[in-house]
Write a protein of this length. Structure first.
Length: 64
């Protein structure tokens, strides 16, 4: 049983560097995907219902 613990500790010792390398590439990929989605959202038109709602809110603010 203690032999297994020693083997597990050794195998776990090798994993963090792999995780870091993979984690960096995963983080980079997530960053790129988020930027792509954000850029796409910036070019979308505001739906008419939101434009109307904003106009109503502005009117209420001006009246108060």
């Amino acid at each position: 049983m203690s032999g297994k613990v020693g083997m597990d500790e050794k195998s776990e010792g090798a994993k963090p560097s792999r995780r870091r390398a993979n984690g960096l590439s995963v983080t980079r990929e997530i960053d790129e995907n988020l930027k792509r989605v954000y850029q796409a959202a910036l070019t979308e038109e505001v739906p008419d219902r939101f434009t109307k709602l904003l106009a109503q809110l502005r009117e209420k603010e001006q009246k108060s």
